[in-house]
Design a protein around this ligand. Structure first.
Ligand code: F6P
Length: 551
């Protein structure tokens, strides 16, 4: 047993789990009409209803004891204070500094980083105002109409998710495109519809060494130069965002169009930095700053609020409750807002790259579950696809339901219908339908005898399936900033309690290394035998089928 699973706080939860396992949420709600008031929290326009969880007041007390045993509050202070808590990379973790107001002071290695952050934000404002206002134009003097972000992972998912989420605030003059995959189809299908004279490329890469991004950037550059018949055009049509300024200059990006960020910003935590430039171009810098302000409001809440009323802490501990004490392996993210369609994919990287680890901070293999698989789809689409499994499958899948009170697109009764589905799903997952209820329903429909008995098991819903509901007034920049920061801090709480470094990602390296070795073999024409039989077989099949080599 590890020190964590052997600890009093963990063991108390193991014992408590057995007691909770004998209760149902139905009974809990029946016994306590004030359950919603007890287990819901409000922050600005955000409501977290966590009453439909398999918890009692005692469960929360025990979960927060576990959080305190892990010294969550002290770790929060260490992160906000700029300590190098990303130990395997020797870095501070300061995405919170990216949304700190002008004039605050946050130091890394004795240097206040806030003036630097605002220097780049000012540069983003000048650039985005210039492009949106038409003073920054392409090589032939035309205003930009299309922006293509070339980047992957944290250098793509954040700008993509936020641009889509804040579409109602987007410029009607600019079309946003996101090219991430090294599959040439991504770039080819995007450029097919573009006019090079009015296209701006933004190459986003923290390291500026990522194969997919640099390959796409080179091909985009070749496309532009070929179409505009000018190497000089690159200076006006390309911008770059990176921590590696030497590499951006080597690539030939005009230094005036290079936006810096810093190694204390993790890729998946970087949308608040210049990596958010496509968002700023699209929604304007004032709205981008509202997005930052929303995140800052959540930072303050997280930093200053006791765990008992702390939204990220509560959500984080509920996740641990299900992953480690109920064996839940996945967590569904179900936005009832079409604009949040990329939110589940964004959270996949945020959560799974952060806490999908198998060793603790000391390098010891853990004996408890870490990150659940995160997945999801928007709104009622999911209901007609995978909700069957949520309701009647054999697995417990905790789910987060997210919905706006007010739609950006009021149209007849659409929004009331959307919300009725959202609320009904959380109710159905909690209540289920007992055999007695199902029997009465079938009888009322006129079924009797063997026919009724045969259908009955299919009509029973076990219920008791946990959900969180996050309601917000409207999906505006401030609210989105709060939501994203809420999940960032939830991940942080879980990482601390599970004794994980949430800020490295060594697990992505092996595949990259092997692909690097394999590429020359695919580009060559000799059959290979140096790998395992399967990999040899795949490579040799490709070489033969693509006509590179004979059989
Ligand atoms: O491969 C994983 C990863 O390192 C992510 O953490 C990161 O967001 C992504 O690649 C892109 O990296 P970069 O911004 O350096 O190109």
């Amino acid at each position: 047993m590890s020190a964590l699973t052997d600890s009093p706080a963990w063991q108390a939860l193991v014992a408590h789990r057995a007691i909770i396992g004998r209760q149902t949420m139905r009974e809990m709600f029946r016994a306590d009409p004030a359950r919603f008031d007890k287990f819901s929290l409000r922050l600005d326009g955000l409501l977290l209803d966590y009453s439909k969880n398999l918890i009692t007041a005692e469960t929360l007390e025990l979960l927060l004891k576990l959080a305190r045993q892990a010294k969550v509050e002290a770790w929060v202070a260490r992160m906000f204070g700029g300590e190098k808590i990303n130990t395997s990379e020797g870095r501070a973790v300061l995405h919170t500094a990216l949304r700190a107001p002008r004039g605050s002071r946050i130091t890394v290695d004795g240097k206040d980083v806030v003036p630097e952050v605002h220097r780049v934000l000012d540069q983003m404002r000048r650039f985005s105002d210039g492009v949106r206002g038409g003073s920054l134009r392409g090589h032939t003097g035309k205003a930009f109409r299309d922006v293509v972000n070339i980047g992957i992972g944290g250098s793509a998912l954040g700008p993509l998710m936020v641009s889509e989420a804040l579409k109602p605030y987007g410029s009607a003059q600019l079309n946003m495109h996101f090219v991430s995959n090294v599959d040439a189809t991504d770039l080819a299908e995007t450029t097919k519809r573009l006019d090079p004279e009015t296209t701006l490329f933004i190459v986003s890469s923290k390291t500026f060494t990522t194969q997919e991004t640099l390959t796409n950037a080179r091909s985009a550059r070749a496309w532009l130069v070929d179409r505009l018949k000018s190497e000089e055009a690159v200076a006006r049509h390309f911008a770059a965002i990176s921590t590696n300024l030497a590499a951006t200059s080597q690539f030939g990006i005009n230094p005036g169009n290079v936006f810096e960020f810093w190694d204390w910003v993790g890729g998946r935590y970087s949308v608040w930095s210049a990596i958010g430039l496509p968002v700023a171009l699209y929604i304007g810098m004032d709205n981008f700053e509202r997005f930052l302000a929303g995140a800052h409001a959540m930072d303050r809440h997280f930093h200053e609020t006791p765990l008992e009323r702390n939204l990220p802490a509560i959500m984080g501990m509920l996740g641990i409750w299900y992953a480690d004490f109920f064996g839940a392996a996945s967590n569904a993210i179900l936005p009832y807002d079409r604009y949040l369609q990329h939110f589940p994919a964004y959270l996949q990287q945020l959560e799974m790259e952060s806490n999908g680890k198998r060793v603790d901070r000391e390098g010891q293999e853990v004996d408890y579950a870490t990150q659940m698989v995160v997945w999801g789809e928007p709104g009622t689409d999911g209901q007609h696809s995978f909700y069957q499994l949520l309701h009647q499958g054999t697995r417990l899948i905790p789910a987060d339901f997210l919905a706006p009170v007010t739609s950006h697109n009021p149209m007849g009764d659409h929004h009331a219908m959307l919300l009725s589905n959202c609320f009904a799903q959380t109710e159905a997952l909690m209540l289920g339908k007992t055999a007695e209820e199902a029997r009465a329903e079938l009888a009322a429909q006129g079924l009797t005898g063997l026919e009724l008995e045969a259908l009955l098991p299919c009509k029973v819903f076990p219920g008791n399936r946990p959900t969180n509901a996050l309601l917000f007034d409207r999906l505006d920049p401030h609210t989105l900033g709060m939501l994203v920061a809420l999940y960032e801090h939830k991940v942080f709480v879980q990482g601390v309690v599970l004794d994980i470094n949430s800020f490295d990602q060594w697990g992505v390296e092996l595949g990259k290394q092997l692909a690097g070795k394999l590429l020359p073999e695919l580009l060559g024409n000799r059959p290979v035998s140096s790998h395992d039989a399967s990999t040899n077989g795949l490579i040799n099949h490709y070489l033969v089928a693509s006509g590179k080599t004979g059989c």
